[in-house]
Design a binder for this molecule. Structure first.
Ligand SMILES: [Fe+2]
Ligand SMILES: [Fe+2]
Length: 400
């Protein structure tokens, strides 16, 4: 079940050849995808052999193989984590039912919207990063960039598979539209604002992969809890690939800081302009990049009070981060959560129903995870004997 069939035109572990209609529809989408990759994917990279990992299995042991591939020949495909026959809907009004193998009619529109919104972010990031290969600091970084790009392409495939298989004609139309919206396009932009921002340089890329790919992790974790089992299985396998993306960000920033600190110590300087004159990035500039990427990313979690978030949860479509590890009733009726509100020009805490605050809860979980990495960067600065400290903007700075 978990082994991937590479003899097919579209590699997959979902027995695609047994569903001729679906296979034909996806084979029709495939050249459009490749056209998009050629037009909007990594600039000037198409003819080169790149050492890349490709998924061969969806079990944790030995799930990938490495080899040289020209990127347009990368074997993008459809890989779902193995099905658990016993799996249940684990939260919301339908808690305890067998997990759904098909889309429940009444949740069709909401599920489609969730999948399209997630799917839209995947090609968007490839578009945002398309020129970075031209200025890569090293071959190591270049390979990481391309690895991330091909995997974001595969995440698009993951969402397109769900749209084609479970949403009929509207699903096919949405799959086409995912190739036609473009990051930053005036007339037809990507759905979420952070995915229309530019990623103009490598510090922005590291910040993006640290902060914005981490938003991806939290969204995918919440969707991996979904009662709609194919979505859950899809997201669980995507998370396997996601870990590396965040590592690239964290280690990239760490290396940048390390070098800055070395230069500051070597020359005994702290003035940003002097630091920059030695060809490294001064720490206040790194703080400003952090502020920007942190801020646009926390916006991705949506309004702090949201009736949609309550509906998605109660319907069993989107859970909390680590839903099944939590020990409450997984219904959350009558529970409360503290959010911040502006009152008379001041921020004050207010208790509101938890069900309406699930965006804020996911955002807070995300912030804790993000801040852990900021602390690790500060360790690098501290070790160098410097007093500067990076911090997350606003209220969360007291986590640092
Ligand atoms: Fe992704
Ligand atoms: Fe990613």
């Amino acid at each position: 079940m978990s082994a991937i069939d590479y003899s097919e035109k579209i590699p997959n572990n979902v027995n695609l050849s047994e569903d001729r209609t679906l296979q034909r529809a996806l084979e029709h989408w495939q050249p459009n995808y490749l056209q998009w990759w050629n037009d909007m994917g990594p600039d000037g990279s198409q003819g080169f052999d790149v050492y890349l990992r490709t998924a061969i299995n969806t079990t944790p042991e030995g799930w990938a193989q490495f080899g040289h591939v020209k990127m347009p020949d990368y074997r993008w495909g459809i890989f779902l984590a193995a099905q658990d026959q016993e799996r249940k809907v684990n939260f919301g009004e339908n808690k305890g039912e067998a997990a759904w193998q098909d889309v429940p009619g009444e949740h069709r529109a909401n599920l489609r919207r969730i999948i399209v919104t997630q799917g839209d972010t995947e090609p968007a990031s490839v578009e945002q990063q398309r020129h970075l290969g031209l200025t890569a600091p090293s071959q190591y970084d270049l390979r990481n960039l391309f690895q991330i790009n091909v995997e974001e392409g595969r995440h698009l495939w993951a969402m397109v598979y769900l749209l084609h298989k479970y949403f009929g004609r509207d699903g096919r139309e949405e799959a086409e539209a995912l190739l036609h919206r473009n990051s930053g396009d005036q007339d037809n932009p990507r759905i979420l604002e952070a995915f229309n921002e530019e990623t103009p340089d490598w510090l922005a890329f590291y910040m993006f992969t640290y902060f914005t790919d981490r938003d991806g992790k939290f969204q995918l974790c919440a969707l991996a809890e979904s009662g709609f089992d194919p979505l859950s299985r899809t997201c669980r396998f995507m998370l396997t690939e996601e870990a590396h993306h965040m590592f690239v960000g964290e280690s990239g920033i760490s290396r940048t800081i390390q070098r800055t600190c070395e230069i500051m110590k070597l020359h005994g300087i702290e003035d940003p302009e002097q630091v920059r004159s030695h060809g490294v990035i001064d720490l206040p500039t790194i703080q400003r990049y952090l502020n920007f990427h942190f801020s646009v990313t926390i916006d991705l979690f949506g309004a702090d009070q949201s009736s949609n978030a309550a509906t998605f949860y109660s319907a069993g479509l989107k859970g909390r981060y680590e839903e099944t590890k939590r020990t409450d009733d997984h219904m959350l009726k009558g529970d409360h959560y503290k959010i911040l509100e502006v009152s008379n020009g001041k921020l004050v805490e207010r208790e509101v129903p938890l069900l309406n605050s699930l965006n804020e809860l996911l955002r807070d979980d995300y912030i804790k995870d993000s801040v852990a990495g900021i602390n690790r960067w500060n360790k690098v600065i501290e070790k160098a004997g410097l007093s500067f400290r990076l911090q997350a903007p606003h209220k969360w700075s007291d986590f640092v």
